[in-house]
Design a protein around this ligand. Structure first.
Ligand code: HEM
Ligand code: NAG
Length: 323
């Protein structure tokens, strides 16, 4: 029996399936068969030179998808019409990997002009990056189109901050169709890459005006961090590994760190202060396979946020500007 309320629920669900159906694994199979190899070659070459590029590409994809959906908006330079996302607080002097995306795009344009979106290239590059760093592999569905605009303001509002409480961070994920589990799982990305001292320095000296450091920071990590991030402004931009134990490996060490009070960001360690998220952290710290599987699944969800398809948007010729 069709309850009237049910049709409200079922129709949007059905539309969501149709829309997602416009992304598929074979989207460029005939129009750009070498696409996956071109992305792979470029990411692995860059990774061999500098392993940090894996972290940079993964984060760039995340910051793209959380602002206007995965539409390549993060790649756009400022124009007379809009202030882009590159100079938003969470991105400025922080997100990296644009040069690699530009190199891939140039190779892809040579092989298949005006065919492959920058949004798809970034999604594929993030997957390759994780795999290069020793993490899981997953199938990426394709057919995203590139957006026509970017928003500095939306980047400032939508991207999570390491200084905000867990419930606020969860709310930002929820508003993108992700859930608490995705927060815990995707935070596992902090098993690779670096953070600048200013993103966690508030924990080191006078935490919440207590005159003492953050009690949930392990004393020996505290000593190390106080050494590399002395309490002067001059140290603000110094880099520290997010995962001190296996900095370049995409593994489940992030969760082992949290269990041992070795989380770097306040927002990382906060996952242990909530019963529901702490239970998940414990599981992932014990079962690397569980983390690999769930990370792959959450990355697929991340890559599907707010995608535009069909005739919407465009296929940019260069990722930094609209055609
Ligand atoms: C849950 C909320 C999150 C917060 C508050 C957060 C915050 C941060 C901060 C502050 C940094 C250091 C940036 C800098 O110092 O320049 C960072 C780095 C990083 N984040 Fe997150 N992040 C979050 C979630 C994620 C997610 C979901 C991903 C990817 C799936 C991710 C991937 C990364 C990576 C790979 C780096 C290292 C980048 C590099 O070395 O270039 N983060 N994050
Ligand atoms: C190799 O990595 C360094 C940074 O570690 C970078 O400055 C340089 O441009 C990279 N070289 C190539 C060919 O990508």
């Amino acid at each position: 029996m069709a309850h009237p309320l049910l049709s409200f629920l079922v129709i949007p669900l059905f539309l969501a399936i149709i829309t997602n159906g416009q992304l598929n694994y074979n989207f460029y199979e005939s129009s750009c068969p070498h696409l996956p190899m071109i992305v792979r070659y470029n990411v692995w070459t860059a990774f061999r030179n500098d392993t940090r590029v894996a972290a940079s590409l993964l984060r760039l994809h995340f910051h793209d998808c959380f602002v206007n959906g995965c539409d390549g908006s993060v790649l756009l330079d400022d124009t007379a019409r809009f202030k882009g996302e590159k100079n938003a607080g969470p991105n400025k002097n922080s997100v990296k990997g644009f040069d690699i995306i530009d190199n891939i795009k140039a190779d892809v344009e040579r092989a298949c002009p005006s065919t492959v979106s920058c949004a798809d290239i970034l999604t594929l590059a993030a997957r390759e990056a994780v795999t290069a760093a020793g993490g899981p592999y997953w199938q990426v569905s394709l057919g995203r189109r590139d957006g026509l605009t970017a928003s500095m303001k939306a980047a400032n509002v939508n991207l999570p901050s390491p200084f905000e409480p867990l419930d606020k961070i969860i709310a930002k994920f929820t508003s993108n169709g992700l859930d608490t589990k995705d927060v815990v799982v995707l935070s596992g990305a902090h098993t690779i890459g670096y953070a600048q001292c200013f993103t966690f320095k508030q924990r080191l000296f006078n935490f919440k005006s207590s005159g003492k450091p953050d009690p949930t920071l392990h004393p020996s990590l505290l000593t190390d961090l106080q050494g590399s991030c002395p309490n002067v402004d001059g140290s603000n931009n110094k880099l520290n590994p997010l995962d001190t134990s296996t900095t370049y490996m995409f593994d489940n060490a992030y969760y082992k760190n949290l269990v041992n009070n070795y989380g770097l960001l306040e927002s990382d360690q906060a996952l242990m202060a909530n019963q529901e998220t702490a239970a998940m952290v414990n599981d992932y710290s014990m079962y690397p396979y569980l983390f690999s599987r769930d990370f792959a699944a959450s990355m697929v969800k991340l890559g599907n946020i707010g995608v535009i398809t069909g005739q919407e948007g465009q296929i940019r010729k260069k990722c930094g500007s609209v055609n």
